[in-house]
Design a protein around this ligand. Structure first.
Ligand code: 1QQ
Length: 394
């Protein structure tokens, strides 16, 4: 049967009223498009990341279809997961059972992935995570891979950069959001690295991703005179924490994790964001021709500089499309039964090497990304206190 799912494609539309023919496309029953599922947090607190990821998806769809990399062309089927686990589970079920997608890019948070990915694993649908950085994501199953380098690989770079800026650092206050899987995983790596570098952790303060008031945790920590603060949380809680540290007169260095790795942080901590160090898996300044071509296409389409989350989502799409392109050389993708195509796509993507905006990447047999280049950015706020950028530290 032919699928009629254009109603799923547009943001803000719902499934009600869509004619959802169950798209069990089998041999002799050819598909006119190759549907790729995109399950992102487009609403709720994690939409600060999900919207940046969606921008990467938009540019990928435009570019790869213009290049005619697959026959038939790909179509991105976008589902908003919201920012919680239940929303991610629903989105995965809709994409797999109704949109009959070949693979899924998503979800936004590791916290969501631990709930939603097992659904794709059981259904035999490949998932390429664009922004899940907690330890243990590829281990969820054979069909789960990621292009987002794990906290264990990225986070230590920020601590080394801080020590380079100030070799006298000694006393560290660590903060983390205890209700979030990524934050728990990242703080573990941060704490291990701090100890390995001979730094003393004077306190570990806990909060929630839904908290906005950190006065008591900040006061507790500042009584111990830290000269470095290390934060693992998401953007809204992390931004409020950064602002309150400065309001309560903390003058030392601050390291934020992947949760504060977005310009959407700036309206939260405003001028107080200035100087925060963040390790990054992407830099728009990467001079490779592949990245500069991507950056130009991104700026032309969206009038902004691509962020890490945008580049990673684009890369996830690139991995899927190049793998479909490779499979299409010896197979008819339009008529191959969907279950077989999903299986072959997963095998193919794990084998490939990809020249991406993140640099050249490939995968471990387990599906974890192998990437070489990482960066440390330092936030530079403009005098207006509203806008700013991540300046690359050398
Ligand atoms: C994760 C993350 C978040 C900070 C970004 C989406 O890295 O949940 O794994």
């Amino acid at each position: 049967t032919v699928q009629h799912l254009s109603c799923l494609v547009l943001l803000g539309t719902t499934l009600w009223g869509c004619s959802q023919s169950q798209g069990t496309s089998s041999a002799g029953n050819s598909a006119s498009e190759l549907p790729i599922g995109v399950a992102l947090a487009l609403t709720g607190n994690a939409s600060l990341y999900g919207q940046e990821s969606l921008n990467g998806i938009k540019v990928a769809e435009t570019r790869f279809n213009a290049q005619k990399l697959t026959t038939p062309p790909i179509r991105m089927v976008i589902q908003d997961t919201g920012s919680d686990e239940a929303g991610a589970v629903n989105a995965f079920q809709t994409l797999i059972n109704q949109a009959n997608v070949l693979g899924i890019i998503g979800p936004t948070l590791s916290q969501q992935a631990f709930s939603a990915d097992p659904i794709a694993e059981r259904a035999g649908v490949p998932v390429v995570a664009p922004s899940n950085t907690a330890v243990g994501i590829p281990e969820i199953g054979l069909f789960i891979s990621r292009v987002s380098a794990p906290v264990s690989v990225v986070a230590p770079a920020a601590i080394k950069a801080a020590l380079k800026l100030n070799p006298q650092l000694k006393r560290v206050a660590v903060f983390y959001a205890q209700d979030d899987a990524f934050s728990r995983s990242e703080t573990e790596i941060f704490q291990k690295t701090l100890k390995a570098q001979g730094l003393e952790i004077v306190t570990v303060q806990k909060g929630q991703t839904t908290d906005t008031d950190f006065q008591s945790q900040v006061s507790n920590a500042l009584r111990l005179n830290p000269d470095l603060v290390v934060i693992s949380g998401l953007a809204a809680d992390g931004g409020n924490l950064i602002r309150q540290l400065r309001e309560l007169n903390y003058k030392g260095l601050i390291i934020g994790g992947n949760g504060v790795n977005t310009v959407n942080l700036f309206p939260v901590c405003r001028a107080a964001c200035d100087g925060v160090l963040v390790a990054q898996a992407y830099s728009p300044e990467n001079p490779s021709p592949t990245n500069q071509t991507f950056r130009q296409a991104f700026e032309a389409q969206l009038q902004q500089v691509p962020s890490q989350f945008s580049a990673q989502a684009y890369t996830a799409a690139q991995v899927l499309v190049e793998s479909l392109n490779a499979l299409g050389k010896t197979n008819d993708l339009a008529t191959m039964p969907r279950g077989e195509l999903r299986q072959k796509l997963n095998q193919q993507l794990l084998q490939g090497t990809y020249d991406t905006p993140l640099g050249e990447i490939k995968f471990t047999p387990n599906g974890d990304v192998i990437q070489r280049q990482f960066y440390v950015g330092q936030i530079q706020m403009n005098p207006d206190g509203n806008s700013g950028k991540f300046a690359l530290l050398q």
